[in-house]
Write a protein that binds this ligand. Structure first.
Ligand SMILES: *Cc1c(COP(=O)(O)O)cnc(C)c1O
Length: 369
């Protein structure tokens, strides 16, 4: 087959892939409208009412281009975390920032280390830059810091990625294991520490922020506990020199004026965040309870979702995802074995949990046959 000569050879040779097929796409494919949206680790508890108010107010100003420096949000985040504003770059979610970071560091043939089955959007960006992925298997449903360290010494990659706590398993390492990883980073390698679930987890998982440390860049988001996934706001924290590189290629007007104002108001409403943290903890317990009632094993989690071990193979889990979808419940699952024996269920409202409890036994029965 001849390639379209207008494309770069890299893109022409790349298969079309979608890291996460969207809920709306699946609804259109099946004709089934989802009632319990507990598959994308969004926050069914919603954003702070103050964030909603700020975004509504800002809607009338949407004729303006946004502040390309995200000045206020960046300074308020800097103050919140006790770092400098020059240590933070805002982007269209962690996903957008990962794309920019990979463009900054990975050219065709460059090596990148991640875990087999880890967050797929990172790998997607690496493939789009022509990078060569070297993967390390999970160990007991955890990403394996020692294995990642061994690989990064073996292949000397540009980037090594870990998410703590982890998606899709919900597992975690404490700060000392992460700090050991940072200390082991060789010259020429950058650790991408994805902390998307920072607000859901115990503080003991996170080494103190040290923006003088050039070996690591940390990613946070308003998409999870803050409940603003649709506003597309994430940020990276790192040493000022690396952060400044983003502005060479980033989409300068890519963070909307509505998103910026929503995130500022959400950050200012820490009471709401604390309430949501409690709701997430309650919902994690409820998911674990429902799993146990059906003879299934919930995995421990420090995120806003729970991986439920169905004790079978990926085909069975896929059948369960389908059956639950037909029962108007949206859930997801890990992409590779042996992680794909698990169903990934996001925390949600009591109504969401009630529907899940009601439909799970029937789905299990139908998936067996
Ligand atoms: C949800 C998630 C993201 C995506 O966050 P956005 O800010 O919405 O792009 C990134 N990394 C991990 C591990 C996630 O679970």
């Amino acid at each position: 087959m001849s390639h379209d000569p207008r494309l770069t050879p890299l893109i022409a040779a790349l298969p079309a892939t979608v890291p996460f097929v969207g809920i709306e796409t699946l609804e259109r494919q099946t004709g089934v409208t989802i009632k319990a949206r507990i598959g994308a680790n969004e926050s069914g508890f919603g954003p702070s009412p103050r964030a909603i108010e700020a975004m509504s107010r800002t809607a009338a100003e949407a004729w303006k281009y946004p502040d390309a420096e995200c000045f206020h949000l960046r300074h308020e985040l800097a103050q919140h975390h006790g770092v400098g504003a020059e240590n933070i770059v805002i982007g269209a979610g962690i996903d957008g920032l990962l794309g920019t970071l990979v463009r900054l560091t990975v050219a065709p043939g460059y090596k990148v280390v991640t875990s087999k089955g880890a967050y797929p959007t990172f790998s997607y960006h690496v493939a789009g830059s022509g990078g060569e992925l070297v993967t390390v298997p999970y160990r007991d449903d955890h990403e394996d810091p020692e294995g990642l360290i061994a690989q990064m010494h073996a292949v000397r990659p540009k980037l090594v990625y870990i998410s703590n706590p982890d998606n899709p398993m919900g597992s975690w390492h404490d700060a000392s294991a992460i700090q050991r990883m940072i200390e082991a980073i060789p010259e020429g390698t950058l650790l991408v520490l994805d902390e998307a679930y920072f607000e859901c987890a115990d503080p003991s998982l996170f080494p103190p922020l040290d923006t003088s440390d050039k070996r690591v860049i940390r990613m946070r988001t308003f998409s999870k506990a803050y409940g603003l996934a649709g506003a597309r706001i994430g940020y990276a924290i790192g040493d000022a020199e690396m952060i400044a590189q983003f502005s060479k290629i980033r989409d300068h007007f890519g963070v909307s004026i509505i998103g910026q104002e929503g995130a500022r108001a959400a950050l200012a409403d820490q009471d709401w965040l604390h309430k949501v943290r409690a709701q997430i903890a309650g919902s994690r317990d409820r998911i674990a309870e429902i799993a146990a009632e059906n003879g299934l094993s919930p995995l421990p989690s420090q995120t806003n979702f729970v991986a439920i071990d169905l004790g079978r193979d990926g085909d069975f889990t896929r059948a369960m995802v389908r059956e639950l979808h037909m029962a108007r419940i949206f859930v997801r699952m890990p992409g590779v074995a042996p992680l794909d024996r698990c169903l990934r269920v996001s925390c949600g409202t009591e109504a969401d949990m009630d529907l899940f409890a009601q439909e799970l036994p029937g789905a299990l029965q139908r998936a067996q046959t």
